[in-house]
Design a protein around this ligand. Structure first.
Ligand SMILES: NC(=O)C1=CN([C@@H]2O[C@H](COP(=O)(O)OP(=O)(O)OC[C@H]3O[C@@H](n4cnc5c(N)ncnc54)[C@H](OP(=O)(O)O)[C@@H]3O)[C@@H](O)[C@H]2O)C=CC1
Ligand SMILES: O=C(CO)COP(=O)(O)O
Length: 337
């Protein structure tokens, strides 16, 4: 297969490395928007900025410049940028005949003063700006470093189009990566977006040393929040028990490789949001998605108290310890609501 990966951050690089090492011998090109970064990767055969000290496979091609020259003849195009760049990438991909899959996990943050970008999921953006694309999402519990090192990982390929699901399975299913297909793109995208917000909450909880009981409570009640929102948006309930729901929530909420979890821990240490975000050197999508998750939930009448507390924390309306008091101070409720 000819596979193009657009975006050379940590995850795009890891995914490109994984495909390039597939036993089927795919021809993989990793595109970086920054020519200097591409030169560095070609010269040193590693992505020093985003995935240092892990050698790129010799067969992986690194490209830069106009990517419209890359996708003609491709069997699969992967968009590996953060959510904030997805709309522009999809607009640029209009007319692409190959299956397209994005890796980003989030809701698009609403642009100030604009109503047409109100908190959209990736597939909703695609339906708006490039409806002719055959497209889907590639998601699931997967830290870039572990995939780049070839450690065992299970992912989910979600799309309404069998062509997209099949292309992702052919591109990535290998001795180290299992790819499961799912038709429920809404559920898979909601899981990937909301777990980032919840990981900020568990990072905060662990940073404040509130204990393992508290963390388990946050994960479980967070899963309930995520599921409620997903169902209101038309997702299937069983998707939230799968890799992109429970699986990615457990990974991100408990794994110290998570950037979103680290934001919560840094806020617990007393860092400002700006200091926390700047110290990461990578995108933490939960920071940009939290408000839109809360807004969409409110518009649908879905109760998401953990998400609301994270938003108040990020907006500086609650201190870390006040956020805990707010969550614990709520009245009793039925578990099955
Ligand atoms: N890292 C991980 O383990 C995983 C990440 N994801 C998701 O994948 C997405 C990307 O994450 P990740 O790779 O880790 O992020 P990083 O912060 O490591 O890298 C971001 C990359 O996106 C590029 N980029 C930013 N804006 C644009 C733009 N407007 N046009 C083109 N490229 C752009 C950056 O380029 P530049 O350097 O030039 O700014 C950089 O290459 C996120 O949505 C994340 O949630 C999903 C699963 C796992
Ligand atoms: O999505 C991820 C793992 O599946 C990565 O999570 P973070 O963005 O929090 O590092």
């Amino acid at each position: 297969m000819k596979i193009i990966v657009l975006g050379a951050g940590a995850w795009g690089t890891a995914v490109a490395m994984s495909a390039a090492q597939h036993p089927a011998g795919h021809a993989v090109t990793l595109w970086a928007r920054d020519a200097a970064q591409a030169d560095q990767m070609r010269a040193e055969r590693q992505n020093t900025r985003y995935l240092p000290r892990i050698p790129l496979p010799p067969s992986l091609t690194v490209a830069d410049g106009a990517f419209a020259t890359l996708w003609p003849g491709a069997d699969l195009v992967i968009v590996a940028t953060p959510m904030a760049a997805l709309r522009g990438m999809l607009q640029a991909l209009r007319g692409c005949a190959a299956p397209v899959a994005w890796l980003c996990k989030g809701f698009e943050a609403a642009a100030a003063g604009s109503s047409d970008t109100f908190g959209l999921l990736a597939h909703e953006i695609q339906a708006l700006v490039a409806p002719e694309l055959i497209a889907g999402v590639f998601s699931g519990p997967s830290f870039a470093q572990e995939v780049a090192l070839g450690q065992p990982t299970a992912l989910v390929a979600a799309s309404a189009h069998a062509k997209v699901r099949d292309a992702l399975v052919s591109a990535f299913h290998s001795p180290s990566v299992r790819v499961y297909a799912n038709e429920d793109i809404v559920g898979v995208e909601v899981g990937g977006a909301v777990k980032n917000v919840l990981a900020i909450a568990t990072g905060l909880c662990d940073g404040l040393e509130l204990g393992l009981n508290a963390r388990a409570a946050l994960i479980t009640r967070g899963l309930a929040e995520m599921t409620r929102l997903g169902l209101a948006l038309g997702a299937r309930p069983d998707t939230f028990m799968g890799l992109s729901g429970l699986g990615d929530l457990v990974l991100t909420a408990t794994g110290d490789l998570s950037r979103n979890r680290r934001v919560g821990m840094l806020l617990a240490e007393g860092k400002t949001l700006q200091q926390a975000v700047e110290s990461l050197g990578h995108v933490a999508e939960g920071v940009y998605s939290a408000r839109t998750v809360a807004q969409r939930a409110a518009a649908l009448g879905v109760d998401m108290p953990i998400t609301r507390a994270v938003v108040a924390l990020l907006d500086g309306q609650l201190t870390p310890s006040d956020a805990v008091v707010t969550l614990m101070g709520r009245g009793p409720a039925s578990e099955l609501m």
